[in-house]
Design a protein around this ligand. Structure first.
Ligand code: NAD
Length: 246
């Protein structure tokens, strides 16, 4: 899976799954734009990309803020003149049972996970349709497919990402831009490190492969979807969940 000459933008690439994706795409030959909510964190991943011999651009950007997303794509255009690959990975959780869920917890999760994806994809699509090439991957979640008690806001955002993926895949296909989603199961990152031991044990019982996934498992799936090996795949949802949801 050779990505030499491609420019990839990965949102929320300071740690966890986003960082693993940025490094996987760089290892496959891509130059990488790394975004995060703090400049220092984006710089750290960018330095690792450069260690792999690729160019990197680190940009502090909140994906839910339209002006920051526009500035981000302005910086990308100025530095690289194009973007071939967009991975909408930035995401947050604000869990709680429905009857106690605060309006802010609903709004924040929908703003980052769903609106953030919309804003980034809209900017990327302008460049990709002009270039008649683009590969977009949206990082949704198994929870968007199966639902999860205590995560109504998060599950709604992640299910929304799937409807968006399929609609935009239909819209952009004639310009050779593919749009797919990956639905990770439970992956070892900061997001899942907060799970209490009991919840973790209960979770493992639902996973046929009997282990949590790694960020690299997700990065491998993304690398495939943006590579030449997946040229005829669009509008699809690739589940990487150890068999947890079939
Ligand atoms: P994480 O919390 O370790 O990292 C999230 C990243 O998103 C960080 O880099 C953070 O800076 C960035 N981010 C948060 N808010 C942002 C904003 N407003 N603008 C830009 N960046 C922002 O999470 P992770 O576990 O690596 O998850 C990455 C993605 O994978 C998320 O979309 C998450 O929903 C999804 N996911 C994770 C799991 C899991 O088990 N860890 C499972 C399914 C899906």
């Amino acid at each position: 899976m050779d990505l030499t000459g491609k420019v990839a933008l990965v949102t929320g690439a300071s740690r966890g799954i986003g960082r693993a994706i940025a490094l996987r795409l760089a290892a496959a030959g891509a130059d990488v734009v790394v975004t995060a909510t703090s400049q220092g964190a984006a710089d750290a991943t960018a330095a690792e990309v450069e260690k792999l011999g690729r160019k990197a651009l680190a940009v502090k950007a909140d994906v839910s803020a339209a002006a920051e997303v526009e500035a981000l794509f302005g910086a990308v255009t100025e530095t690289f003149g194009k973007v071939d690959i967009l991975v909408n990975n930035a995401g947050i959780t604000k869990d709680g049972l429905l009857v106690r869920m605060k309006e802010d917890d609903w709004d924040n999760v929908l703003d980052v996970n769903l609106k953030g994806m919309f804003l980034c994809t809209r900017e990327a699509a302008k460049l990709m349709t002009k270039a008649r090439f683009g590969r977009i991957v949206n990082i949704s979640s198994v929870v968007g497919e199966s639902g999860n008690a205590g995560q109504a806001n998060y599950a709604a955002s992640k299910a929304g990402m799937l409807g968006f993926t399929k609609s935009v895949a239909r819209e952009l296909a004639k310009r050779n831009v593919t749009v797919n989603a990956v639905t990770p199961g439970f992956i070892e990152t900061d997001m899942t490190s907060v799970l209490p031991e009991k919840a973790r044990e209960a979770l493992l019982q639902q996973i046929p492969l009997e282990r949590l996934g790694s960020a690299e498992n997700i990065a491998d799936a993304v690398c495939f979807l943006v590579s030449g090996r997946a040229d005829y795949i669009t509008g699809q949802v690739l589940a990487v969940n150890g068999g947890m949801h079939m």
